[in-house]
Design a binder for this molecule. Structure first.
Ligand code: PAP
Length: 344
């Protein structure tokens, strides 16, 4: 299925993002949390990474009381209506979500911005999470989003395959899934959680983080089950799911951006290739470019824009994990991914 890239998402930011005030969204969030509080009380819980607790729902752990949380998963399952033209960018947290959002936003909207002064490109003024919202955000909007039923909607989410709203599966939407070496995910999550931890709580130690991660107790984890769920889905529905690895994207970003464009039905033309459009997109979405734009300011939920940019490298785990920790995670990965043709 091809998408009309010239007109899709043809405004710098989906207009509703600007229209729904923070106060309105907060009020809507309170309604959602209140609606699901009885179900929340029945769920198994453990000590959380960022907020106090983390809750087990349908085989995966979730935050509570935050924008992306177990309550929002339940509410999405009850209310979310997908469209066949929707595109979902799915990741386990800290696997390159911000990068993927930027790349896909830039490539899908490339015709809209090609004749504009590059300095007005949304990715040069906004964090990619503002350009591509998580589906969770849809719940809180007072103004219906994407009022034009014919435009392509681009969303992100961390929701596991087993908990995806049925409407997304029924509509045979397209998914780009990105995963990353679990050791680097652990390191990235550790730093992220400590930056965002409730002020009343001590910083977590790396040993604590390792222990929870290896037991699968992470937001939207167990990490391995998240990857396995979408891997299986990608094998069953290769036309609907593009399965990508952060490390491969880092080795050859251009090749993978072309793959994504082809998968989404908007391949680069020869003329575009000659004009270096792919290189421009890769440069626009590079760690260096995006991190400068996100130096200051916050997302709507108060999360600082800069918290999504740390090292942006492959293999930083070597600076954090002991040999024994590395061995344990390798064992778990080997066991969990046995027969799946996934390696790091
Ligand atoms: P999220 O799931 O909370 O949205 P996500 O964007 O997946 O976070 O993960 C952030 C990681 O992606 C960070 O990795 P690090 O902690 O190991 O450094 C961040 O640096 C990295 N990252 C962000 N932008 C880019 C980019 N343009 N290219 C490569 N890596 C990036």
């Amino acid at each position: 299925m091809s998408i009309p890239i010239a007109s899709s998402l043809a405004s710098p930011l989906p207009s509703s993002i600007a229209k729904c005030s923070e106060e309105e969204e907060k009020a809507n969030m309170a309604i959602v949390f209140d609606q699901y509080k009885d179900r929340l009380a029945t769920l198994p819980k453990k000590k959380g990474w960022i907020s106090e607790n983390i809750y087990m729902y349908q085989g995966f752990w979730h935050h509570s009381g935050r924008r992306t949380s177990v309550e929002t998963v339940m509410a999405l399952q009850d209310t979310f209506i997908a469209r066949p033209t929707d595109i979902y960018l799915i990741t386990p947290p800290k696997s390159g979500t911000t990068w993927l959002k930027a790349l896909v936003f830039a490539l899908v909207n490339r015709n809209h911005y090609q004749n504009h002064n590059l300095s007005t490109h949304p990715l040069l003024i906004s964090n990619p999470h503002k350009c591509v919202p998580h589906i969770e955000s849809e719940l809180y909007r007072t103004t219906p989003t994407y009022v034009d039923p014919h435009s392509t909607r681009l969303f992100g989410t961390h929701i596991s395959y087993t908990s995806l709203p049925q409407s997304i599966l029924d509509n045979k939407c397209r998914f780009v899934y990105l995963f990353r070496n679990p050791k680097d995910v652990l390191v990235s999550l550790f730093h992220y959680a400590n930056k965002l931890r409730d002020q009343s709580r001590d910083q977590m130690t790396f040993e604590e983080a390792f222990d929870m991660f290896s037991k699968g107790i992470t937001p939207n984890g167990p990490y391995w089950d998240h990857v396995k769920g979408y891997h299986k889905f990608s094998l069953e529905h290769p036309k609907n799911v593009l399965f990508l690895k952060y490390e491969d994207m880092m080795i050859d970003t251009m090749k993978n951006v072309k793959r994504i464009a082809k998968f989404l039905g908007c391949p680069f033309t020869e003329e575009e290739e000659v004009k270096n459009v792919v290189q421009e997109i890769v440069r626009l979405c590079s760690f260096e470019s995006l991190s400068v734009v996100s130096k200051h300011g916050n997302l709507k939920d108060g999360i600082p824009n800069n918290v999504f940019f740390r090292e942006g490298k492959v293999g930083d785990w070597k600076n954090h994990l002991t040999d024994e920790m590395s061995r344990v995670l390798d064992e778990i990965t080997k066991d969990k991914f046995h027969g799946l043709n996934i390696s790091f």
